[in-house]
Structures are given as C-alpha cells and as structure tokens.
Design a protein around this ligand. Sequence first.
Ligand SMILES: [Zn+2]
Ligand SMILES: [Zn+2]
Length: 388
Amino acid sequence: MNAPLPKAPINWIAVFALVFLPIVAVIAIPLYAYHHDFSLGAWISLFVLLGMSSLGITAGYHRLWAHRAYEATLPLKIILMIMGTFAVQNSILFWASGHRTHHRHVDDVEKDPYSINNGFWYAHIGWMLRNYPAAEANYKNAPDLLNDKVVMFQDKYYIPLVIAVHAVILTTVGWAVGDMWGVVLLGGLLRLILSHHVTFFINSLCHMWGKRPYTDENTARDNFVLAIATWGEGYHNYHHIFQYDYRNGVKWWQYDPTKWLIWSCSKVGLAKNLRRIPSFNIKKAELAMRFKYAEQDLAVYGHNVNEDMATAKLRIAQEYEAFTQTLNDWAKLKEQEIQAKKASVAEKIHQIDSKLKVDFQLVEQRLVHHRDTLKILMRNIKKNPVSE
Ligand SMILES: [Zn+2]
Ligand SMILES: [Zn+2]
C-alpha cells in the first residue's frame, strides 16, 4: 500500500454538500415517509431529475467541456450548463480542468486528482473533502474553457446559479405534481446524493472493477453494470484510451444513453462534429490486448507438453505475425494518404483516396478475421487447460 496522504485542510463546503446533506437525508426522508407518504409524482421526479442532472454532467461537463468530443450550439450549451449546475459538482471550469489532469496523469498518486492508487475512499469522495494539492484549481490546461462565455458565466455566478436552478426546478415540479415537500426531499435531496455517487463511482469503481479490453496501461475498466448506473460512462477502459470519442460505449449495442442523447442532438441541429475514433484504431487496440492476454494464458498453461497446446501456440504465433503484417500495411496506406495530400493534386488525391478506402476496408476485414480466429483459439485453450 502507498504511504498515507499528508493531511490537508478540510474543505467545509464539500463537507456540507457531501456529508451533512446525506445525514439530513437519512433522518428526514424516513421521517417524512412515516408521517406523510410520498406521492407517485415525487417518486417520478426523483428519476426524471436524476437523469437530468446526471446527463448534464456526462454529456455536458464530461464529453462536451472536458473532452471537446463534439460541438454544441449556444442553446444546447445553456441547457447542459443548467442541467450540470443542478448536479452540484462545482463549476464546469473546475470540473473539466481537473478531469483533464486525471486523464493526463491517471493513477499517479501525486498528480491524478482522484487517483485510485490512493484507495477507494480517496478516489470516490475523499479527494474532495480536503484541499489536496493534486485537486487544486489550475486552468493552464483549459485555455478553451477560459474563452467559453457559458463556462465563465457559470463559474462567476456559480453559487447563486445553484440556488436559482434548485429554486426554480423544485418549486415548478413540486407545484406541478402537488407535493412540494415530497419533491424537495426525493427530487431535490435524495436525487442530489444519488447523482453525486453515480458520478463518483466513475472515479472509484470504474478504476477497480471490470474488464480491460483496450488497454492495460491504466486502471480504467469497462463494466456494463456500472454503465447502467452511470448513464453510459461505465465503459471507462475504452474512454481512457480514446478520450475524444463522443461515445464511451463504442459498440452500437452498448448501453450508453449519453451517446444517444448527443447523437439525437446532432440530428436536430443542436450538436455537430461528433468525434469518432476510426474503427480500425479501435480494433487494433482491442486485438493487441487479445494477443497480450493470449500470451499471458499461454504462459500459465503453455509449459505443458501437449500436442493441442503446441498447435495452439504455433497458431497464435502465426496469427500475431499476420496481425503485425496488417498493421504494417495500414501504416503504408497512411503514408500514401499523407503523400497524396502533400502533392495536393486534386485528381491524384481523389484516386488515392478511393483506393485507400477499398484497401482500408480489406485491412479492416483481415483484422476482424484475426480477431475471430484468436477467439476460437482462446476458447479451445480455456476448454482444455492441461493440468500437470
Ligand atoms: Zn478515469
Ligand atoms: Zn474523461
């Protein structure tokens, strides 16, 4: 275990929001339920407002402002700013700048503001309760945000905005469903606590629990269960290797409501330039990891003298060679593309571009083929592990 963190001064505002409010909730909500009962409308407000504040963080604070994974029109920015303010996780500027530091120095006990290597508690909530140097505001990594009018407006008027957003939303919803106190307690208080911990899980559990299909160079994990809880942010291993992709659940079937929201916004003209990592790069990362895992499995089982195992070993070695060849082909294609652009002869560029497209598809098909072969090989090894 690492050396214990040096004590830092307590952040009393954070203690109020993250410790005091949950204590109030634990006492007030059961008491109110005992004496009055909550209306159905109040329960619905809990889920709707939880979605609203969480998506403000995931689609707004995280994917728009921290990563610039897409561009948003002014009306969408304002809506996301209001939704994110309702989540009470400090200003966009502070949040997004700190998050960029997290990506840059992930897992570093001193530089990552919420490094999991300082333990679950620290990564989940502890880093906010004291003013640790790693989480200190430093906006050197956010010149774009310093020039963003919506971001700077919110940063300047953050506390009045938090109060105003809560007052307007909670009184409007409370009045609409005819259960003001029910909405304040469930849609206001309980929703805020849940929405806090949902986000915090991304920094804690998403760096501990799950699979690493794309990279094992950091602790980030892909986890379907956490994706459900976190509005799609649970595919954190993918996110840490390709942070500029507007999708975290990159496969079409992966549960990522944030990605669907951004995509839908682009369809109605509220968002544009959604950034996607080329599928070739994604497959390349995935396949490289598969080979790595295959090697690790072989290291465990491979010392047994067994005919099947020897064949499997040989096949994997051959597959790996083919994979390397495929990557070389791809590098050549890329070089051609660059040369074509340098030559800046329109017709030539067009010719090479279309050739590139076809070649690229072929290379991609070969990668898929390697992946499938590898899958079968690994299944066989796992089915017939040879014991000594
Ligand atoms: Zn992370
Ligand atoms: Zn991120």
